[in-house]
Design a protein around this ligand. Structure first.
Ligand SMILES: C=C(O[C@H]1C=CC=C(C(=O)O)[C@@H]1O)C(=O)O
Length: 403
């Protein structure tokens, strides 16, 4: 198989293999993603090998891809993949993809290419700067949830979102393009993403949660919480939510409204909550929209990014106490899990997502992450099961993408 001339029919797998191989072989940073409900696959590459960090002033940044860990950063900066190359194509168009000049890379046989990508991942995916910690003991997580419930009962917290990890082996014949393809197919409502920043991290995920989005004059955010497995013919219609889940999601909405209040923003639209599907899971979601022009908040993206992260969907309430609680008791570094990531100023849109349903590739292993919203009515065993479901979202496709 070779991709050479413009006008060639290029399959999805060929495109993905080319993007991953080019990106990993370049020695620089790159990201590949597809936004929720979109058919557009996007690729960005920064060929310089030293990672860049930038201030979070979204409106002044060039086109690029932002990646920020869960933890607050002393310098208030985030990693940035600046677009020295940007490319997109439509996934439903199997033909007539006009590959750009640099795309004309001769690839070998598909099996050989897969093996090369797997080899490069093994060699390049170690993160020296922010290796994610591993904490996968069930007993530890149950104890953590119990401590969270006690902290809520004592009045210290209203809500807490403890997380855990699961360490898995990547298969010998690990197939990154097929894994990514399966995520694209299965999670059409999610932000399917992969990024590699040399020495910093290599992550793959399918996030259902927008943190902030700006398109022209419009600003969007959402509150997402409550989880159950999708069941039956029409899972969206038949879902019933418990009081615990309704309150858990309402707290995330309240957190967003409190942020609006802090900046005296009074004109916003709130829709929901409604039940939404993220692959085989259901969540409760409310959507918020603000007209940045009529409210005279042209930098609302930047302002809200600072106020919202970490939301009470991934940390808890009140924010500081919840953050301190997790630092003291969780037992591992979340690294980029529950941080945020996404494209900035690409075709006048900025879309930043919470980094959920994600895995950190580390050589021959992957670390999966999942958290669960805990309120006073939580049952530790059920919260553990919820994290199992969330870990499976990425885990099953890393281990067996042909299933
Ligand atoms: C923290 C996670 O999910 C959040 C988003 C949606 C539903 C959640 C929940 O039901 O607990 C979490 O707040 C995760 O996926 O690891």
């Amino acid at each position: 198989m070779s991709i050479t001339a413009t006008g060639n029919r290029i399959s999805k797998t060929e495109v993905l293999n080319t993007l991953f191989l080019n990106g990993l072989a370049s020695g620089g940073a790159f990201a590949v993603w597809r936004k929720p409900k979109s058919n557009k696959l996007e690729f960005i590459q920064d060929e310089q090998s030293a990672p860049i960090r930038v201030n979070l002033e979204l409106e002044t940044l060039p086109a690029g891809f932002l990646v920020h860990p869960f933890a607050d950063q002393e310098d208030k900066k985030a990693y940035f993949i600046e677009a020295s190359r940007y490319f997109h194509f439509h996934l439903d168009a199997e033909s007539d993809i006009e590959p750009p000049e640099w795309f004309s890379t001769e690839l070998g046989e598909e099996e050989e290419v897969k093996a090369q990508i797997a080899e490069l991942i093994r060699a390049r995916s170690f993160s020296q700067e922010k290796p994610a910690g591993v904490c996968d003991q069930k007993a530890h997580f149950l104890d953590l949830v119990q401590k969270g419930i006690e902290a809520i009962d004592s009045g210290l917290l209203e809500k807490i979102v403890p997380a855990r990890t699961r360490l898995i082996d990547l298969p010998e014949n690990f197939d990154l393009s097929q894994t990514f393809t399966r995520l694209l197919e299965t999670y059409s409502n999610s932000f399917v993403n992969f990024f590699h920043i040399p020495g910093v991290g290599t992550w793959i995920g399918a996030s259902p949660e927008v943190l902030i989005e700006t398109k022209g004059d419009q600003f969007y955010t959402m509150s997402l919480a409550g989880t159950q497995a999708a069941r039956g013919e029409n899972p969206l219609k038949s879902a019933a939510w418990t009081q615990k889940e309704i309150e858990e999601q309402a707290m995330v909405s309240r957190y967003i409204v409190d942020c609006f209040k802090k900046i005296r923003l009074r004109e916003y639209e709130e829709h929901g909550p409604k039940t939404v599907l993220a692959g085989n899971l259901l969540h409760l979601r409310s959507d918020f929209r603000v007209d940045m022009k009529s409210t005279n908040f042209l930098n609302l993206g930047t302002v809200m990014l600072e106020l919202l992260h970490p939301t009470s969907a991934v940390c808890g309430m009140p924010r500081k106490e919840a953050h301190d609680f997790l630092q003291s008791h969780e037992g591992f570094d979340r690294s980029f899990f529950a941080g945020f990531l996404g494209p900035v100023n690409i075709q006048e849109e900025t879309s930043i997502y919470v980094n959920l349903r994600t895995a950190n590739l580390q050589g021959v292993n992957a670390i999966l992450f999942a958290g669960a919203g805990v309120t006073e009515d939580s049952d530790p065993e059920l919260e553990w099961e919820e994290t199992e479901l969330k870990c499976n979202i990425i885990g099953k496709f890393l281990q067996n993408p042909f299933d």
